[in-house]
Design a protein around this ligand. Structure first.
Ligand SMILES: Cc1cc2nc3c(=O)[nH]c(=O)nc-3n(C[C@H](O)[C@H](O)[C@H](O)COP(=O)(O)OP(=O)(O)OC[C@H]3O[C@@H](n4cnc5c(N)ncnc54)[C@H](O)[C@@H]3O)c2cc1C
Length: 451
C-alpha cells in the first residue's frame, strides 16, 4: 500500500516551477543530499521508501570505494571493481532520485542550491561532500605530484608508474633511469603505508619477470613521514609492526622528515635531504570541500564544517553535515570524529533516523560514535589490527582486513570481481592489469584536479 502510494506520487506529479532541474513535485518533504560517498549512501539507505523525497546530487555518477584506490594504482584491481553506479544503487527505491550535477552554492535564506545544471529547492539539506588532497599550500609540490583521492588519481598513478618503468628501459642515462624508477610516497597514514607495501611487492614479484632488463634493486621505494611513527592514529604496537613489515619489504622509511620542495625530478626535505624521483605520491593530508554559501564562522580546522551534537550545521535550522566534512566538536571530540568510513556510515545512518524524527516532531538524541577499531594492511598476507583492547598483527589481521573490505564494497558483482582477483593474486602474485590504456600527461592530471 505504502509502495503504491509512493509510486503514484513519483509518476503523477510534475516539476515544481521554482526548480530548474526537472524533479517531481511530490508534496513530501524534500531531502537534498550533496555527495554519494559512504555518508551520503548510508543516509539514502535509511530514507529509502519512507515518506520523504530524496534527491542525491554528485559530480560523478558513481560511488567510490576509496580504501582500495591503492590496488587500482598498483594494477591489482580494475577501476570498475571499486566504483559503483548510483543509479544501480538506488534501483527500486521509489522515493530516491539521482542527479548528476556539481553543487556550486547553497542559499540558506531561500532553501535553494545552485548546481552547474540549475537551481533546486530543498526542505532539508545534507552536505556529505568529503575531502580533497591537502598539499598545505605547496603549489610546486602539488603541480608535480599525484594525490590519491579519486579513482582518476589511481589511474594516473598507474599510468605514470608504468610509463616511467617503460621509459627507464629506453633511456641510456643512468641518472634518469634512477629518477624514473624511484618512488616517493609522502604520508605514513594507512593510505601511504598500504601504497608503499603494494609497490614493494610489485617491485619484488613483478619487476623481475616483466622487466628483466634491470635488477629489482633498481626500483627504490621511499615512505616519508613528518611524525616520529607510522599509523599515528593506531597503537604503538601497530606502528612498530608496520615499520618492521615495510622494512622487511625493503621500503626506505624516513620518519621525522617533511617534504619541502619537489620539482618533478628531485624531492627535498626539511632537513635538506634530496631524493632523485620522477614519481611522487602524496597521501599526507586532506581538507574538506564544500560549495560556497556556508558562513565562514562555521568552518574549522581542516576546512571542515562545525556541527552541533545532532550533526546540524550551527546557525541553520535545516542544514546538516555528515562524514569527513563534518566536525562535531565536543569535550570528547575536540577535533571532531576521525575521517574514516565507519564514522561517515554511522553519521549517515543516524541522520536518516533523525530527519524522520524531526519531520514527525519527535525528539532527537545526540550522535554517539562507536569506534569499531582500525585495520591497515602491509602488502599481501600481513596487516595490523587494533580492535579495542585486542591488538594483533600478521596473517590473521590480514585475513580480517580482507573480509571487512570485501564485505564493505558495494554490489555483488564488485565483491565477486575483487574476491576473484585477490584469490588469483594470493597464489600467483600476478597482477594482470598492467596496461597503459591512455597516455599519462602530468599537466592534464593537474587540470583534472582543479575541476
Ligand atoms: C586512499 C584512501 C584510503 C582510505 N582508507 C580507508 C580505510 O582503510 N578505512 C577507512 O575507514 N577509511 C579510509 N579512508 C577514508 C574514507 O574513504 C573516508 O573517510 C570516507 O570516504 C568519507 O566518506 P564521505 O561520505 O564523507 O566522503 P566521500 O566518500 O569522499 O564522498 C564525497 C562525495 O561527494 C561528492 N561531492 C563532493 N563535492 C561535491 C559537490 N560540490 N557537488 C556534488 N558532489 C560532490 C564526491 O564526488 C563524492 O562522491 C581512505 C581514504 C583514502 C583517500
Amino acid at each position: 500500500m505504502k509502495e503504491k502510494h509512493l509510486n503514484n506520487i513519483m509518476l503523477e506529479s510534475s516539476c515544481k516551477i521554482t526548480d530548474e532541474i526537472c524533479l517531481p513535485d511530490t508534496k513530501l518533504p524534500r531531502v537534498v543530499i550533496i555527495g554519494g560517498g559512504f555518508a551520503g549512501l548510508a543516509l539514502v539507505e535509511k530514507l529509502k521508501n519512507k515518506n520523504v523525497q530524496v534527491i542525491i546530487f554528485d559530480k560523478n555518477n558513481f560511488h567510490q570505494f576509496q580504501p582500495l584506490f591503492y590496488q587500482v594504482a598498483t594494477s591489482a584491481l580494475e577501476p570498475d571493481s571499486i566504483v559503483f553506479p548510483f543509479r544501480k544503487q538506488i534501483n527500486g527505491y521509489k522515493n530516491v532520485l539521482f542527479r548528476l550535477a556539481e553543487v556550486q552554492e547553497i542559499h540558506p535564506s531561500s532553501n535553494v542550491i545552485t548546481t552547474n545544471k540549475g537551481k533546486v529547492h530543498y526542505d532539508y539539506l545534507v552536505m556529505a561532500t568529503g575531502t580533497i588532497t591537502n598539499f598545505f599550500g605547496m603549489d610546486k609540490v602539488e603541480s608535480h605530484s599525484l594525490g590519491m583521492k579519486d579513482i582518476r588519481d589511481s589511474l594516473n598513478i598507474r599510468h605514470m608508474m608504468l610509463q616511467n618503468l617503460e621509459q627507464a628501459a629506453i633511456t641510456c642515462d643512468d641518472k634518469e633511469r634512477d629518477a624514473l624508477t624511484n618512488f616517493v610516497i609522502v604520508g605514513g597514514g594507512p593510505a601511504g603505508v598500504e601504497m608503499a607495501g603494494a609497490l614493494a611487492e610489485f617491485c619484488k614479484y613483478i619487476l623481475p619477470k616483466d622487466y628483466p632488463e634491470y635488477p629489482s634493486s633498481i626500483m627504490n621505494i621511499y615512505l616519508i613521514e613528518a611524525g616520529d611513527e607510522l599509523l599515528n592514529t593506531m597503537s604503538d604496537k601497530a606502528s612498530s609492526k608496520t615499520l618492521k613489515y615495510l622494512e622487511g619489504l625493503k621500503v626506505n622509511v624516513q620518519l621525522n622528515e617533511a617534504v619541502s620542495n619537489y620539482d618533478g625530478n628531485e624531492v627535498t626535505t626539511n632537513s635538506g635531504k634530496t631524493i632523485l624521483a620522477k614519481n611522487l605520491i602524496w597521501t599526507a593530508g586532506v581538507k574538506g570541500q564544500f560549495p560556497k554559501g556556508v558562513d565562514k564562522k562555521h568552518v574549522v580546522k581542516g576546512n571542515r564544517i562545525k556541527t552541533d551534537s545532532n550533526l546540524k550545521v550551527e546557525g541553520y535550522k535545516n542544514i546538516f553535515a555528515i562524514g569527513d566534512i563534518a566536525a562535531l566538536i565536543s569535550k570528547d571530540t575536540p577535533n571532531g570524529h576521525p575521517q574514516v568510513a565507519q564514522a561517515a556510515i554511522q553519521q549517515g545512518k543516524y541522520l536518516g533516523d533523525s530527519i524522520l524524527s524531526i519531520i514527525e516532531n519527535k525528539s532527537v538524541k545526540p550522535f554517539k560514535y562507536k569506534d569499531k577499531g582500525s585495520l591497515a594492511t602491509v602488502g599481501k598476507r600481513k596487516a595490523v589490527a587494533d580492535l579495542g583492547k585486542l591488538k594483533f598483527a600478521g596473517y590473521f589481521a590480514w585475513l580480517l582486513w580482507s573480509i571487512v573490505h570485501l564485505m564493505s564494497i558495494s554490489g555483488f558483482r564488485n565483491k565477486l570481481m575483487v574476491g576473484f582477483n585477490w584469490v588469483v593474486s594470493y597464489f600467483s602474485y600476478e597482477k594482470s592489469n598492467r596496461l597503459i590504456i591512455r597516455n599519462f600527461n602530468p599537466k592534464s592530471s593537474i587540470k583534472n584536479r582543479e575541476k
